[in-house]
Design a protein around this ligand. Structure first.
Ligand SMILES: Cc1cc2nc3c(=O)[nH]c(=O)nc-3n(C[C@H](O)[C@H](O)[C@H](O)COP(=O)(O)O)c2cc1C
Length: 156
């Protein structure tokens, strides 16, 4: 009998396209072949420190605005960083960025914060850059599936 693990998805989805990406990540993570992973989705505004302390892996989704992660995504780190620093070292995580133009500033910033937290980046960052493409949806679904499957298999 395996204890269920929890995958938390903290995702900022301010537009129809980003809602589609969020739904795709959730769909992948909830793949019917995965039975031992609880998938919890929270918006940045509703994220509290304890949400991650009780999770086993994290996916962060954000837009890039003005060369940086969305303000609401940054706010999660501003509010939770100190408590996570103590209690979430080694946390496996992945992230995706919807970037209409670029994405590099957001990628660099999230990697830097995660290094400070001693989180483990277990997937190549997914940057959905440029004009919106259907392949972004597939890539997000793959990201969710891969994280949930890896968690269930005990390899992250
Ligand atoms: C005020 C503003 C600033 C933006 N700045 C950036 C930016 O610095 N880099 C980038 O890649 N995209 C930028 N974008 C585009 C957003 O990333 C994009 O519109 C958002 O992710 C939503 O995606 P969607 O338009 O496909 O719904 C900006 C958009 C707005 C409205």
């Amino acid at each position: 009998m395996h204890t269920k693990k929890t995958l938390i998805i903290i995702s900022h989805a301010p537009s129809n396209n980003t809602k589609r990406l969020q739904e795709a990540v959730v769909k992948g993570a909830k793949n019917s072949e995965i039975s031992n992973v609880n998938v919890k989705i929270v918006s940045p505004l509703d994220t509290r420190g304890d949400d991650i302390k009780s999770a086993h892996a994290v996916i962060i989704g954000t837009t890039e605005n003005l060369g940086y992660m969305a303000g609401l995504t940054k706010d999660v780190f501003d509010r939770c960083y100190n408590s996570w620093l103590e209690q979430t070292q080694g946390m496996p995580f992945a992230f995706y960025v919807r970037a209409g133009l670029d994405g590099t500033g957001t990628k660099r910033a999230i990697e830097s914060i995660a290094t400070g937290l001693r989180w483990r980046l277990v997937q190549e960052p997914l940057i959905c850059r440029g004009e919106f493409k259907e392949e972004f949806v597939t890539q997000c679904e793959d990201l969710g599936l891969s994280m949930a499957a890896s968690l269930e298999a005990g390899i992250i």
